[in-house]
Design a protein around this ligand. Structure first.
Ligand SMILES: Cc1cc2nc3c(=O)[nH]c(=O)nc-3n(C[C@H](O)[C@H](O)[C@H](O)COP(=O)(O)OP(=O)(O)OC[C@H]3O[C@@H](n4cnc5c(N)ncnc54)[C@H](O)[C@@H]3O)c2cc1C
Ligand code: SF4
Length: 611
């Protein structure tokens, strides 16, 4: 009999991870599985799925070489309706473990699933802390307690003291904690610009690429060329390459954007850190060593380390502190859907076309593109932070909810009303012109304030401020902007607002009919739910997406039908015809967050006429 079933998730690919540390190679079994539900609950970028599956398969073989018994379930084995909990259940039946051990997942939804495992499987479950971070959620909560405002800068100083990184006794090296002022240079095209290290797919990756091409053809983004590293050794090579070639100028050009340069002086290491192939603290120590040996300037080393022990740790702290309500927050009450061109990259705004185009090709955009192009535009246009959260979660290869959600909803959309950022990150075209060369090739004129040829960021920026005056005017960091707006003539203000309105009307009209929610009668949805649940059989569950897919021919449209399917499922559950559950527990279809499952309501035993 197996002593422990050690469950390792796709972003826990670290040999020293807490779940494996106390394990026994002779008596334990490691379970890793590729599951349909996780790969499809948002339509992740094809490159992201390929990256994670390939890293998982390589990690499984690394563990086997180290002597572990690994029960690895490929997508071909787990099948189209596989769920994570279902796979663990199967493994419990196969291995009959005395207990299950798993490291805390990076997503609140998955943690809730795990919490019902003991009752569901009748096996004790140890959910152990993920200690690959500098600050635990409990430590962050203690730091946050009683503070009026949570500001990254103060948290970052604590992390510097705690880790000793770039410290000179009790004070910061160089006499300052932060060298950001030096880090705002605009970059110029340069033929010698370093590029991230590229890797050729091996046989394992090639098999994964075929699988993804076959099964996820309707997902966002280009699958090939695929060049990410997928092993610890490759991630290590990418780190060495970054520190020696790119880091020296990371600081100077951290906020810059250049046409045709998707990576500039960024490290492209978040993918490796986020799945566990690189240890973030080790990365910081290597960066510090490069500074101490004189290879890189202080502003570069400090700027880089701040991103990791500052921002990365800070957003994780906020995530665990504020979930589950955080994901629903919408300070400005924005409702607009994600613009059509966010899916295609087809827009005449050169800056957004570049950022979204490279997102499709590379599953990557650097921070300023995410924040000041796609994020800024969405905020100015009034896109729902929840819709945008889903977009960011699916388009980037490094997107995991603990890091993506606070960055999107908090930092970029100010959806939390200022928990994470002290003011909304909004800017007009002038900022984009200053930090990039996109405007030179754009059909719009960045200098025009309104009218059909004006850079759309300009009128949208002022219209946003005008629309949300009540919520923002009291913010001292916004006061200057309101003074500028108020000084403009009435005529100029109304032309600006009218220009923004015309632009937004066109944006809405451009939502193509195929993308619009398909009209399906509620009765048809109800019939399909009941039919599929009946076909699946008593006690078995199905995903609402199976219902949506069964109802529309167009593969792109089923997602738009999902709210209707959930709504009708709620009605059927209220009528007692079906059950709606999450991780085995009955839930309300309308308010439940994350994936739900549908099943036939248990048949009431009809009393025999003769009894
Ligand atoms: C709207 C929005 C969504 C984002 N979504 C994600 C996401 O899903 N996953 C993710 O890892 N990062 C996310 N970020 C943060 C940041 O944009 C990425 O970490 C960075 O672009 C990754 O590229 P890089 O490795 O080249 O980073 P570099 O520019 O080289 O930065 C170095 C490292 O610092 C860390 N880092 C930098 N900024 C942040 C930050 N704000 N939050 C957390 N870590 C940070 C990353 O680990 C990164 O690898 C998001 C930012 C915004 C504005
Ligand atoms: S003019 Fe406006 S839309 Fe065009 S690239 Fe510049 S900022 Fe972007």
């Amino acid at each position: 009999m197996t002593e422990r079933l050690i469950v390792v998730l796709g972003d826990q690919l670290t040999p020293q991870i807490s779940s494996l540390r106390g394990g026994d190679k002779e008596r334990d079994v490691v379970l890793m599985c590729e599951v349909w539900e996780e790969a499809t609950y948002v339509r992740h970028h094809k490159k992201k799925i390929a990256f994670i599956f390939s890293c998982m398969r390589h990690f499984a073989s690394e563990l086997r070489k180290e002597g572990w018994t690994v029960d690895y379930r490929t997508l071909q084995q787990t099948g189209r309706s596989s769920s994570f909990t279902g796979e663990v259940h199967g493994a419990v039946l196969r291995h009959e473990p005395q207990r299950i051990v798993v490291t805390t997942p990076g997503e609140w939804r998955v943690l809730q699933d795990m919490r019902v495992w003991p009752e569901r499987f009748k096996v004790p479950v140890d959910i152990v802390e993920d200690d690959r971070f500098v600050c635990s959620p409990a430590e962050f909560a203690t730091w946050a307690e009683g503070r009026k405002q949570l500001r990254m800068e103060f948290f970052y100083r604590e992390m510097r003291r705690k880790t000793g990184l770039l410290m000179d006794g009790d004070g910061p090296v160089g006499g300052r904690w932060n060298f950001d002022r030096e880090n705002r240079k605009a970059a110029k095209p340069d033929l010698l610009m370093p590029r991230p290290l590229r890797f050729t797919p091996d046989t394992i990756t090639q098999k994964v690429l075929s699988l993804v091409a076959e099964r996820f053809s309707n997902h966002f983004g280009d699958l090939e060329p695929f060049w990410f590293g997928v092993t610890r050794e490759e991630a290590e090579q990418a780190l060495v390459h970054f520190v020696t070639t790119t880091l020296p100028r990371f600081g100077d050009y951290q906020d810059a954007m250049l046409e045709g340069e998707p990576f500039l002086y960024h490290s492209v290491l978040s993918i490796y850190m986020n799945v566990g192939l690189l240890d973030p603290l080790d990365v910081c120590r290597r960066v510090e060593a490069a500074y101490r040996s004189g290879q890189v300037p202080l502003n570069a080393a400090e700027g880089y380390i701040r991103q990791i022990i500052g921002w990365r740790e800070f957003v994780r702290g906020i995530y665990w502190l504020k979930m589950p309500d955080y994901v629903e927050e919408n300070y400005f009450g924005h409702r607009r859907t994600v613009p059509e061109f966010y899916w295609t990259g087809e827009t005449d705004m050169a800056c957004l076309g570049a950022a979204i185009g490279q997102t499709k090709r590379e599953a990557y955009a650097h921070h300023i593109q995410r924040l000041m192009l796609t994020g800024n535009f969405a905020l100015l246009a009034g896109v729902s932070p929840q819709a945008l959260h889903e977009w960011y979660l699916l388009v980037y290869a490094d997107a995991f909810e603990w890091v993506e959600l606070p960055n999107t909803l908090g930092m970029s959309q100010f959806g939390d009303g200022g928990v994470l950022a002290s003011k909304p990150y909004v800017a007009s075209g002038a900022y984009i012109k200053r930090m990039s060369n996109y405007c030179a090739s754009c059909r719009y004129d960045v200098a025009k304030p309104y009218g059909p040829d004006a850079c759309p960021f300009n009128p949208l920026y002022w219209a946003f401020l005008d629309r949300h005056r009540e919520k923002l005017a009291a913010n001292p960091r916004m006061a200057q902007m309101y003074r500028t707006w108020d000084r403009l003539s009435d005529e100029r203000r109304s032309l600006t607002l009218a220009s923004a309105e015309v632009f937004l009307d066109k944006l809405d009209a451009d939502t193509s009919p195929e993308k619009a929610a398909p009209a399906v009668d509620s009765d048809d949805i109800a019939d399909t739910i009941v039919r599929l649940c009946t076909e699946r059989g008593q006690g078995k569950t199905l995903c609402p997406s199976e219902v949506a897919r069964a109802l529309v021919d167009n593969d792109d449209q089923w997602r738009d039908l999902m709210p209707d399917v959930r709504r009708v499922a709620g009605t059927l559950a209220a009528q007692g015809r079906i059950r709606v559950s999450q991780a085995g527990k009955l839930v309300d279809a309308a308010s439940a967050r994350g994936p739900i499952r549908l099943s036939l309501a248990p048949q009431k035993k009809s009393r025999s006429r003769f009894s």
